[in-house]
Design a protein around this ligand. Structure first.
Ligand SMILES: *[C@@H]1O[C@H](CO)[C@@H](O)[C@H](O)[C@H]1NC(C)=O
Ligand SMILES: *[C@@H]1O[C@H](CO)[C@@H](O)[C@H](O)[C@H]1NC(C)=O
Ligand SMILES: *[C@@H]1O[C@H](CO)[C@@H](O)[C@H](O)[C@H]1NC(C)=O
Ligand SMILES: *[C@@H]1O[C@H](CO)[C@@H](O)[C@H](O)[C@H]1NC(C)=O
Ligand SMILES: *[C@@H]1O[C@H](CO)[C@@H](O)[C@H](O)[C@H]1NC(C)=O
Ligand SMILES: *[C@@H]1O[C@H](CO)[C@@H](O)[C@H](O)[C@H]1NC(C)=O
Ligand SMILES: *[C@@H]1O[C@H](CO)[C@@H](O)[C@H](O)[C@H]1NC(C)=O
Length: 234
């Protein structure tokens, strides 16, 4: 009896909150302007931009073909702000930290180039390997002294543990919509490996501007082990 009552209550409250959202969001009063937003202060994150413009962080990420919304932009970057919606998406572009047990990547490449705001935790999450396995190799590779959640210097190459034997198919690709997480899910690779293949790319606010072109990147496709018994090459 109690179970049924609880179900009814949660159903009712869910219904009320949906009505509340619908009632507070009048789609005809949304700002449908697409405009450019400049980063003028150091350490401004894409989440800050989302708050300031009342847009979803993933909507901004996809409008600007971002590698990953957790990369901290540099002063001087500008983002294209998409039209406001009643359902801002702050979730679907974030890499979920669950089931991360792998200790090496399939196929490669070998070196990860650090970008603004990187930590070992963030990089390992993008590569879907444990932070310990990344650190045990990367620290030997010369970048050391940082705790797993401490910000790493920009522009360093980190060695990444590779599973052997394994492979990816490598193809050139014109990046036209989404964030790297969308590509990783569609093509069977990880956000980190796509970043490794185009180490200086992080976003494009020009692709959807007049005269803009889509950025050419490389895809790692169908990354997988070639044996049930792989060893780690570090
Ligand atoms: C939505 O906003 C428009 C313009 O302000 C107004 O005319 C309309 O009545 C509003 N609709 C609702 C459902 O509040
Ligand atoms: C929409 O937002 C832009 C940027 O903040 C602003 O310049 C413009 O006036 C807004 N438009 C409306 C209709 O509120
Ligand atoms: C998503 O982010 C926007 C901007 O930061 C915020 O206004 C909105 O409440 C958030 N929505 C959800 C469902 O978290
Ligand atoms: C992202 O790339 C642009 C060049 O397209 C560069 O100016 C900017 O510094 C990069 N940002 C980060 C955080 O690496
Ligand atoms: C990470 O690896 C685990 C174990 O192989 C797998 O189940 C999971 O789908 C992977 N997650 C991502 C985001 O690639
Ligand atoms: C990747 O794997 C899928 C499913 O096995 C296959 O259909 C596709 O052709 C493969 N892509 C490449 C480029 O090998
Ligand atoms: C796995 O491969 C390693 C190195 O090639 C080998 O030494 C080991 O015996 C293999 N283990 C199994 C269970 O086949």
């Amino acid at each position: 009896m109690k179970g049924i009552w609880l179900t009814i209550v949660s159903f009712l409250s869910l219904g009320t909150s949906n009505v509340a959202i619908a009632a507070t969001c009048n789609s005809s009063t949304l700002n449908t302007t697409t405009y450019s937003y400049d980063i003028t202060k150091e350490d401004t994150t894409v989440f800050d931009v989302a708050r300031a413009t009342n847009r979803g962080v993933c909507d901004i990420g996809r409008q600007n073909l971002m590698a990953d919304v957790t990369i901290v932009p540099n002063v001087g970057q500008s983002f294209l702000i998409p039209p406001e919606t009643c359902t801002p998406d702050n979730e679907s572009c974030l890499i979920k930290d669950e089931g991360r047990t792998r200790t090496c990547i399939d196929g490669g490449p070998r070196l990860y180039y650090t970008v603004n705001g990187d930590t070992y935790d963030k990089i390992a999450l993008r590569l879907n390997i444990t932070t310990d396995s990344l650190m045990s190799v990367a620290v030997h590779g010369g970048v050391s002294g940082s705790a797993s959640d401490e910000t790493l210097p920009v522009g360093q190459f980190l060695k990444v543990p590779q599973c052997s034997p394994s492979q990816c198919v490598l193809q050139p690709y014109s990046f036209q919509w989404g964030v790297y997480k969308d590509l990783a899910e569609r093509f069977g690779t990880t956000v980190g490996q796509l970043m490794m293949l185009s180490p200086t790319y992080n976003y494009s606010s020009l692709a959807f501007s007049a005269g803009g072109t889509f950025p050419p990147i490389n895809l790692a496709i169908n990354c997988s082990a070639l044996s049930g018994n792989t060893t780690i090459l570090s």
